[in-house]
Design a protein around this ligand. Structure first.
Ligand SMILES: CCCCCCCCCCCCCC(=O)CC(=O)SCCNC(=O)CCNC(=O)[C@H](O)C(C)(C)COP(=O)(O)OP(=O)(O)OC[C@H]1O[C@@H](n2cnc3c(N)ncnc32)[C@H](O)[C@@H]1OP(=O)(O)O
Ligand SMILES: NC(=O)C1=CN([C@@H]2O[C@H](COP(=O)(O)OP(=O)(O)OC[C@H]3O[C@@H](n4cnc5c(N)ncnc54)[C@H](O)[C@@H]3O)[C@@H](O)[C@H]2O)C=CC1
Length: 719
């Protein structure tokens, strides 16, 4: 709702009340409509201030209403009524003015912001556009290029930037409401014609066509198939080329298309899923609101290779004091240089002082004795990690949390190497660790809720999205990646090429197909794992057929490439060729194609044409199937966990909502049917066998993704 009061004699104060962000629910809209009417009809009221309760102006439309019946007064006429008012209306912006919140403020005649406020039109990230006049008013106020930037990226800006752009009229460090009330008293009698943004001509450059052409190309390149950024450009174009009323019609038409699209549903699901994963729960019932994190002031990172360096940068940027331990002198020197460079560049970008002094470097593990939490990032080698955990357990002060960045190894086994297994959890960062948002926090059977809470809290401080998951080989993300990569190898055997398979996945929306991604991470990583598992040994040594392991179909293609020293980008050759080792531009490699032909000939395989549909169905449905197994096993507590891991850690296109949401969109029955079909064709590939949870969900009518947790609970209780 919204509260009306009269202050300073003649100012009508309208306060939006809908915690926590004063979203524009039906009740709030009704409250605004009623309060504005009251203010305009009260002769004692000479001017009006609109503010939000609890230091937040307004977080925009109530996103929860989008899924249901949208009753209550509509936003557009409400904002028109404010703009048309014959008494000045001032927006007092504290906290956030986002989406419909900023559109409401743009309908006001003046805007005063607190210096710490954030403003923006983030609708594009929800698969929408600012459809309460935002696409028409903002370009008229600040010009086409600046409006295009804000509307197509959805970025939040500071009050200082908003002032510079001309979005707000004044910035204050004092009470925003007081400043706005004083401002309203001063402008009470001033004429309003020049303050109604919808009446402004849209300022624009002479070559409008070139400007929009360039903007369209830019968004199409980065959108990876998302339609909202394109619609945003089209709506702003209408503002620049048509009268306001026609522009509003175009905005409405574009919004109607977006609003009913699957992409908007997917992106809105991601919004809530991202928040849901913060409310973690362990199988023993311990959860986020009953488990308090322990304060962490000093942290150690062990091993300064690729991952350790990124983790160190992310930690130092939080302002924490960090001890960095690396045994190899050369690596230590290189790491110091690389970390300083990353911190300096990051600080320059953000306009702050680099936090180099927060780090102490050492070659001696004993220097971690006083830290509160350790993150181990040495080679992926169980024997080495065992030794490191034994040492840590001996040298660290009592109560120190011991975390590992292992990609797949058993957390519980590492915990058993220490005197206090309850203090051990996985903190699985993604490369590059100072950039990638995802953090899998992995609890073993003996990890304490406090250890999980502390790792999640530290991750949040580092700007990460933490997802708490159970302990199994590869945890959630890498466990699901295994069958995905395996299918890609099989498709190569059957006639596919890295280029065609990658193209299908990139057209789906991944930033990189499976083969480019493998070249980037290094083919040797998977090779080492397969060797460790006894899979990658040569057929002569193993006495097995080269294409069968333990009775299951196996593709040795990746191993054969590694035997040739082709480890991907770092060696200049992998599934593609590169100009030189370390180059990033992947080029098709004729050697690889004749190698594949030779391989097929040797094994009597006849290449067939594989279309995009088969690539997507086999690679993605097998990954989704593993996701269902993970849910069944209780490794992830809900589909949101898996989806957020894939969106933020593996480049799954956000506008497709994550793999589990996507399965729901495709239809669970269809996913099941296609898996059955492929499993029949490839009975020696167990990953293609549909998981029983998927079967149960289909049998119970394919309920919507947000109800799966209930079904899973029932399935588990019956086991
Ligand atoms: C055929 C049909 C045709 C249809 C045509 C329809 C035409 C309709 C015309 C009307 C057009 C309206 C257009 C419009 O106005 C669109 C919008 O405004 S969309 C919303 C835009 N706003 C946002 O994207 C902001 C989202 N929120 C945030 O970014 C952050 O929450 C914020 C920075 C505000 C605060 O961050 P923080 O303090 O970190 O808190 P949390 O993020 O954890 O949030 C706390 C809590 O609040 C919930 N929440 C936040 N924002 C909203 C929201 N806008 N609506 C509902 N709920 C919101 C959030 O989910 C958290 O709650 P949990 O329970 O923890 O999930
Ligand atoms: N590279 C990646 O993309 C990802 C790797 N990981 C995991 O992170 C861990 C580290 O991986 P990378 O950084 O890629 O390895 P890396 O090979 O780049 O670096 C490992 C570093 O640890 C150092 N080291 C070895 N023993 C040590 C000891 N006893 N004390 C201190 N330092 C020691 C090495 O000298 C080396 O500098 C592994 O467990 C890996 O599985 C996790 C996510 C992604």
């Amino acid at each position: 709702m919204a509260l009306f009061s009269r202050v300073s004699g003649s100012v009508g104060l309208i306060t939006l009340q809908n915690p926590p962000v004063n979203a524009l629910s039906a009740a709030v809209r009704q409250g605004i409509v009623d309060s504005v009417k009251r203010a305009l009809s009260d002769p004692e009221v000479k001017s009006v201030v609109i503010c939000g309760e609890n230091g937040v102006f307004c977080g925009g439309a109530d996103i929860k209403e989008f899924g249901g019946n949208m009753s209550g007064p509509p936003l557009i006429p409400m904002i028109h009524a404010i703009e048309a008012a014959n008494k000045p209306v001032v927006a007092a912006i504290e906290g956030s003015a986002l989406g419909g919140g900023l559109e409401l403020a743009l309908g006001c005649h003046y805007r005063i912001a607190h210096s710490k406020a954030r403003l923006g039109l983030p609708e594009v990230s929800l698969g929408l556009l600012p459809a309460a006049g935002g696409t028409q008013r903002l370009p008229r106020l600040i010009g086409v290029p600046a409006a295009l930037d804000l509307i197509t990226t959805g970025r939040h800006i500071t009050a200082a930037e908003a002032l510079q752009l001309g979005i707000v009229d004044q910035v204050t460090k004092q009470s925003t409401v007081n400043a706005a009330v004083n401002f309203a008293l001063n402008v009470a009698e001033k004429p309003l014609d020049a303050r109604r943004i919808s009446t402004f001509p849209c300022p624009h450059s002479s070559d409008l066509d070139a400007l929009f052409e360039e903007a369209m190309q830019k968004v199409q390149k980065s959108a990876r198939g998302a339609i909202a950024p394109v619609a945003c450009v089209q709506a702003v174009r209408a503002a620049a080329t048509q009268p306001y009323n026609q522009g509003m019609e175009r905005e409405k038409e574009l919004m109607a298309t977006l609003f009913t699209s699957g992409q908007a549903r997917a992106l809105q699901y991601c919004f809530f899923a991202q928040r849901a994963v913060g409310k973690w729960r362990m199988p023993n019932g311990a959860c986020w609101d009953t488990s308090k994190p322990r304060p962490v002031h000093k942290v150690a990172v062990i091993g300064l290779g690729t991952m350790g360096r990124g983790i160190l940068v992310a930690l130092a940027q939080t302002g924490l004091s960090v001890v960095a331990v690396e045994t190899q002198e050369m690596q230590l020197m290189e790491a110091k240089q690389a970390v300083s460079g990353m911190l300096e560049r990051g600080a320059k970008r953000r306009g702050v002082v680099p936090t180099l002094h927060n780090i102490t470097y050492s070659q001696n593990i004993k220097s971690v004795a006083e830290v509160d939490l350790v993150i181990e990032a040495v080679f992926e080698d169980m024997a080495l990690k065992e030794k490191v955990f034994q040492q840590l357990s001996a040298v660290c002060k009592p109560g120190t949390f011991l975390c590992t960045n292992t990609s797949a190894l058993d957390i519980d086994h590492l915990a058993s190497q220490t005197g206090n297994p309850e203090l051990v959890v996985g903190m699985h960062f993604f490369a590059p660790a100072h950039v990638m948002k995802l953090l899998e926090v992995v609890y073993g059977p003996r990890s304490s809720p406090q250890a999980v809470a502390t790792a999640m809290h530290l991750g949040k401080k580092m700007g990460k999205i933490g997802v708490a998951v159970g302990n199994c080989r590869g945890f959630v993300g890498n466990r699901m990646l295994k069958p995905y990569i395996e299918q890609a190898f099989f498709l190569l055997e059957e006639g596919g090429t890295p280029e065609k398979i990658d193209q299908a996945l990139e057209e789906f929306g991944f930033p990189m197909g499976v083969f480019k991604m493998s070249d980037l991470s290094g083919l040797d990583i998977g090779w080492r794992v397969r060797k460790g598992d006894g899979l990658a040994e040569s057929s002569a040594a193993s006495q097995q057929s080269p294409r069968i392991r333990d009775g299951r179909r196996y593709s040795p293609l990746g191993d054969l490439l590694c035997e040739q020293g082709r480890f991907g980008q770092k060696t200049g050759h992998g599934w593609y060729q590169y100009d030189k080792p370390g180059s990033q531009l992947a080029r098709s490699d004729p050697w690889l194609h004749s190698f594949l032909e030779g391989y097929r000939a040797q094994h009597g395989l006849v290449a067939r044409r594989i279309d995009q549909q088969e690539v997507l169905e086999r690679c993605l449905y097998v990954l989704i199937n593993e996701g269902f197994r993970i849910l069944e096993d209780g490794i992830a507590s809900g589909p949101e966990d898996i989806d957020i891991i894939y969106v933020f850690g593996y480049g799954w296109p956000r506008h497709r909502g994550g793999p589990m949401f996507y399965a729901g969109m495709v239809g669970l029955a269809k996913v099941l049917e296609r898996l059955e079909h492929y499993h029949q064709a490839h009975p020696d590939v167990p990953y293609l066998q549909p998981c029983s949870l998927l079967r149960r969900l289909v049998a119970s009518g394919s309920p919507p993704v947000n109800t799966w947790k209930e079904v899973i609970k029932k399935v588990r209780s019956q086991l």
